[in-house]
Design a protein around this ligand. Sequence first.
Ligand code: 8IG
Length: 266
Amino acid sequence: MTTEPFDLAEQAASKIAELTGVASHDVALVLGSGWGGAADLIGETTHTLNATDIPGFSAPAVEGHVGTIRSILTPQGKRVLVLGARTHFYEGYGVRSVVHGVRTAAAAGAGILVLTNGCGGLNPQWTPGTPVLISDHINLTAASPLEGATFVDLTDLYSPRIRDIARTVDSSLEEGVYAQFTGPHYETPAEVRYAKTIGANLVGMSTALEAIAARHAGMEVFGMSLVTNLAAGISETPLSHAEVIEAGQAAGERISRLLAEILGKL
Ligand code: 8IG
């Protein structure tokens, strides 16, 4: 594996430290569809940076995603680096770009990575607006953020410790296996049946590649999905991005409080 991506992450982390005056962050948080409001409840935002001012970051491609990097001080005195500028695999910038934020967060000192996303649910009981803990993933992108002979164990990738903490906040939280598809199209109903057959409960277009990069960087990973729609073929109605935004807005307050409480206990 070449060192280039890690050099770029070091540069980005230095720039963040320079612009915020915060030498080291404790936790990194990636906000996916529907999770945009969560940052406001976590603590006091002391700095808001334009992602495009930080080396290696590109402008967000999707409506409903936020293109800023924020430094938040929690009531417990922890420093949270909020990455609102996620680069998706389907944007075509390559896997290095997809995981650049994660590597930057690791270089910025973060030992914990919290990944959130909006996704399709395979369990009909998980109506739009249901938050689900990610217990494991299936990477269907046919790609890896690791290059060369970088053999990384992914057992317990999604921290059992932090999932336990999450359940102390809300004991009704359920868990699921997240399958990352490439997108940007949603799945066909046949692909959703396939995902179900191989053990997935959630389908989306992010998270798995980032979690792999985070494990490689030595971070503890916590993942939470917001089911914004039933996956194709599970519900009778076709999917729409408007539906996704709407479910995010409707559930936004509850999941934001939930996430803030979990972060307060890390
Ligand atoms: I939001 O149903 C959201 N993202 N792959 N499938 C996939 N990604 C998604 C979906 C979905 N909903």
